[in-house]
Write a protein that binds this ligand. Sequence first.
Ligand code: ATP
Ligand code: MG
Length: 596
Amino acid sequence: MSTDSQSQPASGAPAAPHHFIHQIVAEHVQSGRYGGRVGTRFPPEPNGYLHIGHAKSICLNFGLARDFGGTCNLRMDDTNPTREDVEYVESIRQDVDWLIGGWADDILALKRVGDTTGAGHLGKGSSVPLEPFYASDYFGQIYDFALQLIRKGHAYVCDLTPEETERYRGSPDRPGMESPFRNRTVEENLDLFQRMRAGEFPDGTRTLRARIDMTSPNIWLRDPVLYRIRHVAHHHTGTQWCIYPMYDFAHCLSDYIEGITHSVCTLEFEVHRPLYDWILEHLDLPKELPRQYEFARLSLGYTVMSKRKLLQLVQEKIVTGWDDPRMPTISGLRRRGYTPHALRHFCEMIGVTKYNGVTDASVLEFAIRDDLNRRSARVMGVLRPLKVVIENLPEGHEEWLEAVNNPEDPSAGTRKVPFSRVIYVEQEDFMEFPAKKFFRLSPGSEVRLRYAYILKCVGVVKDASGRVSELRCTVDPDSKSGGATAGRKVKATIHWVSAAHAIEAEVRLYDRLFSVEQPDSQEGKDFKSFLNPHSLEVLSQCKLEPSLREAKPSDRFQFERLGYFCADSRESTPGKPVFNRTVTLRDSWAKEQQKS
Ligand code: ATP
Ligand code: MG
């Protein structure tokens, strides 16, 4: 997959070739439609945390605003009070800000607290929190639009029960039946709708419906419900309302009210588009109307992406929370060690198309490896320690060896790593009876210790159960950097940590949450029956080089030869450091699959 053609232009540079929606917008800008203005929005419903699929939509919508000098509104699509919560509103703000807050110098128009112009430009690195728009702020205007539709004879109050409404609607191959309430007079409709709003009727007894066509082949045009009665408090509007607009009614009008030009959503809304247009076209609206465009949603292998399913994982305590590092949520990926840059790069790589498909999880892993390779400091840590005593060094021997912090970034400099008579190496770097092509430690063999000497295994010590518990070794004293035999070649280099200087840490290794690629499309089976029982492995006695004592929560490192790790943002403390493995150094799954 080529990444170069779509990489972000440097500030001021012309935009690279882009996806089909980008082209549509470019044509509109060129022809002067909407006065050359571009306004997009990202409209999450605050009924769960954002996931990597939302990241795609965020990058797309904010990316259009960035590329065309337009605006992008973060809008809470909060018309369904029973499922929504301020906890979700807060998490969405944080996640969007984290993902694109530091985006490019020409940061797009974000509405931020204290910014009285609504959507205004802000300089790079602004730390003012992102302030969302709320569809619920428009409930008054949306209600007035409903009254207008009624007056024009385009909407009526219907007394069918929800079940009857469903039955009357018919099915794609069977026309619907008209409601017996369809021909109420405008006066009666106005009166009933106003009384619905005043709270005179219980939940579910009446709805407001658009008067369109019960025989339309498009089921969404069969007199869709515009308003329903719900006597519940709303997280943003409190108890002001007891009727709430449906998504299809609120969405196009919110777009219109905010001056959105291009309303971009996922493909399943394609069939709603005629309704989107119908509503706007049947009202007296002076401004140019927004239009809807659809793209394929992201599905990622070995995970699920619906908020309802993610909520189940949280509620049933299958994961520790929305930000469990195994979750495909933005907060989970952040805690796992993903960078905003890597997620944005991932979204560029996958592109924007009209074809639904499953994106291989390895694409996401590629994006984070690529980024962390460039930016993370190298350190040494031993996850499953095996003690090594170096017999030809005196008791109390200690020296500090120079180690390179990041070979990809000379400006990252060097550090000193302590070396002494007793060190730890990785258990898997030793085999008492080496298999063919095993070139690391075994009795009589030599390896190079990274940044240090050539080490030779001269004996083993076993515990009562016969397990090798300790290695006896010697070093070639002239083999370290600058020494007479420094250039001597051995077949392997391994990492190590000085026992006397090591800090102990817990390391959490994560694997895919599900053991099949599409857990939620397995015929007749619950997605939870495909959980990967090995998605988390906790190693509690890891030994890390002492420079990691300074690690702060969320700091990221490459543990040499092992992968990328970050200090856990919730549970890591100086006394008890906890590291999460973000990703391994190589794609071990691809290798597994080749083998099988
Ligand atoms: P879910 O099914 O997980 O609840 P949703 O579509 O109901 O998702 P919303 O909060 O309504 O979630 O989504 C906000 C925006 O993000 C919408 O414009 C939606 O189209 C987009 N979006 C949601 N999921 C994805 C996805 N997997 N890929 C791309 N865009 C997505
Ligand atoms: Mg939705």
